[in-house]
Design a protein around this ligand. Structure first.
Ligand code: SF4
Ligand code: SF4
Length: 188
């Protein structure tokens, strides 16, 4: 398998877990409990396909460009694709395809659930790393942004803007980042 970096690369992504499906002998990578990639192994644990999900049009296009990309083996052949692990698909493209598969599956969850899976607030803060977490504060996702230091009865201004007003998963989706709200909000 030419993509020796793949396991480490996927496990570094936020919210990713892996298991082995023993009957199929597939190593599966999940985000939020849903599979976004799998390495199919033969009886001698050699990989013969890597399955990943793509937008149907992109999958179709790539299947025409690379003979090592075929409709998903043992999967829904519209959304899933199988890449031969020792073929001609370049490493950079393979990374891009795995990123897309991860984002596609993640995007299938509600925005609130995506924030929970990523373990981040909408501003990019990992609330669990804060010394206030658990005692003074339950974190933005749990309290819908109405944290102890927010204006009384309201959400933190960043949460109010990104989640309530703009309905983003987080500020990374915003062309205005870093904005004045973002720069002036002070979180202890
Ligand atoms: S700045 Fe606002 S949105 Fe970000 S972690 Fe703090 S309270 Fe939450
Ligand atoms: S305007 Fe600022 S606070 Fe609002 S979503 Fe964009 S970056 Fe976040």
């Amino acid at each position: 398998m030419r993509y020796g970096w793949m396991d480490e690369y996927l496990l570094k992504k936020r919210g990713v877990t892996k298991d082995l499906q023993p009957v199929w002998n597939w190593i599966r990578y999940h985000v939020g409990g849903k599979m976004f990639a799998a390495v199919c192994l033969d009886g001698e644990n050699r990989s013969y396909y890597i399955n990943l999900k793509l937008e149907p049009m992109e999958g179709e296009f790539l299947r025409q460009q690379y003979e090592d990309i075929i409709p998903g083996y043992y999967s829904d052949k519209i959304h899933w694709n199988s890449v031969k692990p020792d073929g001609e698909v370049p490493d950079e493209l393979m990374m891009d395809l795995l990123d897309k598969s991860y984002r596609l599956v993640l995007a299938g969850f509600s925005k609130k659930r995506q924030r929970e899976i990523l373990g981040l607030s909408c501003c990019g803060t990992d609330c669990t790393k804060c010394s206030c977490f658990g005692s003074l504060c339950q974190g933005c996702n749990e309290s819908s942004g109405r944290v102890f230091h927010a204006p009384k009865g309201k959400a933190c201004p960043i949460y109010g803007c990104a989640v309530h007003k703009k309905r983003f998963v987080n500020c990374a989706e915003c062309a205005g980042l870093p904005c004045d709200v973002w720069k002036t909000t002070r979180d202890p």
